[in-house]
Design a protein around this ligand. Structure first.
Ligand code: NAD
Length: 355
């Protein structure tokens, strides 16, 4: 089992170090190789995703990724910005399915901005399509308008598009994931306004015929945004396009209290995957030793489950995380009265001890 370790920037190096310690404490043997990515790679090699890093990622069974980015790179040309490394890895590895579970741990119910009864026991899975939609559709750009409300004015435009195979493969992923859970899929669209999402709805409905044991509901994205904060426990698996998924998965992450708790997985058709916390590089707290490493440790658990076929080890890590929460250990982002404040490294050590 070969794992590429790409810590990245900011808190990335601090939290990935803890996840690596946790993996090292399992009775499994991994080949782990570390490489630079993001701003750190730009500084050393002049590119956020150097050829050597890409080669390592492509040759591994899985990539454990920290986070990339810093405000100081905001003025660089877009292709050289740290965030481009993630887009490059997604593209080259063919990662099309992004899994973001939003689970509310009983001990952290008080950390959410929603009422405890709304989120207690919450366990939903957002599946976002990663390769299509308005983020990648061509043509895009700026031009002088020849029609519309202001002919002759400067305008910008993007293209929203999805092909049938793109929608089919993500729909299959969602129905298969639902079979391992509560057998309900909510497909989120904007079919009332957008041609692309009427097509999305039609194709998802067609694929559903192969999964009669799974319930399918369709929901407009505006309603889904509302239902996520009104009655989030009504969802099981939510599947949606790239842009709606980007926004809804961040909304869902806040249901659980802290973004520092949320893992994610991005998979290709061979189950090779990139595993990373849902948050960014948090430059505001980098180097202080206070970041929460649990999202990254839980991402390593997802890696064991999805790409390395080690379900038992994945469950052991998840149980160990649960145990440190029961013990009352908290990093600053989830700390409250009556619990014990710990550093990034202490939290990692506690998970290793619980294992
Ligand atoms: P962010 O997620 O880095 O931080 C948002 C807030 O959450 C900050 O206050 C931060 O301190 C806090 N936070 C994040 N992770 C935490 C953790 N593990 N423990 C405790 N607190 C945590 O988002 P941002 O501030 O909008 O972006 C910072 C940089 O990260 C930018 O350069 C952005 O482009 C980049 N970014 C990278 C990724 C990625 O690598 N996948 C994702 C999002 C943002």
């Amino acid at each position: 089992m070969k794992i590429a370790i790409l810590p990245g920037d900011g808190i990335g190096t601090e939290i990935v170090a803890q996840a690596v310690n946790v993996l090292g404490a399992l009775d499994l043997r991994f080949e782990m190789e570390t490489a630079l990515v993001g701003g750190a790679a730009y500084e050393a090699h002049g590119h956020p995703l150097p050829e050597s890093t890409l080669k390592l990622a492509m040759s591994a069974d899985a990539v454990l990724f920290g986070a990339v980015g810093d405000w100081k790179y905001d003025k660089l040309d877009r292709p050289l910005r740290p965030e481009q490394a993630i887009l490059g890895l997604r593209k080259h590895m063919g990662l099309f399915a992004n899994f973001r579970p939003a689970i509310c741990y009983e001990q952290l119910v008080g950390a959410s901005s929603l009422k405890p009864e709304l989120i207690s026991g919450l366990d939903i899975l957002i599946i976002r399509e990663l390769t299509g939609d308005i983020y990648f559709g061509q043509p895009r750009g700026r031009r002088i308008a020849t029609d519309g409300h202001f002919p002759g004015a400067e305008e910008a435009f993007d293209t929203m598009r999805y092909s049938k195979p793109e929608i089919e493969r993500i729909a299959h992923v969602a129905f298969q994931a639902a079979r391992k859970r509560n057998r309900k899929v909510t497909s989120v669209d904007k079919a009332n306004v957008l041609e692309t999402f009427q097509f999305w709805k039609d194709v998802v409905t067609e694929v559903h015929a192969q999964y009669p044991d799974v319930e399918l509901e369709h929901m407009y994205v505006d309603n889904a945004a509302m239902q996520l904060v009104r009655a989030p426990k009504k969802f099981d698996v939510v599947v949606t396009g790239n842009m709606f998924g980007d926004i809804l998965s961040d909304e869902a992450s806040m249901l659980t209290g802290s973004i520092g708790m949320l893992p994610s997985a991005s998979l290709n058709s061979k189950n090779q995957g990139l595993y990373e916390p849902s948050h960014g590089s948090a430059p505001d707290i980098a180097g202080k030793g206070i970041a929460n490493p649990l999202a990254t440790i839980l991402s390593a658990a997802m890696m064991l489950r999805f790409s390395l076929n080690q379900e038992e080890a994945a469950q052991r890590i998840e149980a160990a995380v649960q145990r440190v929460l029961v013990q009352g250990l908290r990093t600053a982002d989830i700390h409250s009265a009556g619990t014990t404040l710990v550093s990034t490294a202490e939290m990692g050590q506690a998970v290793v001890a619980a294992l």
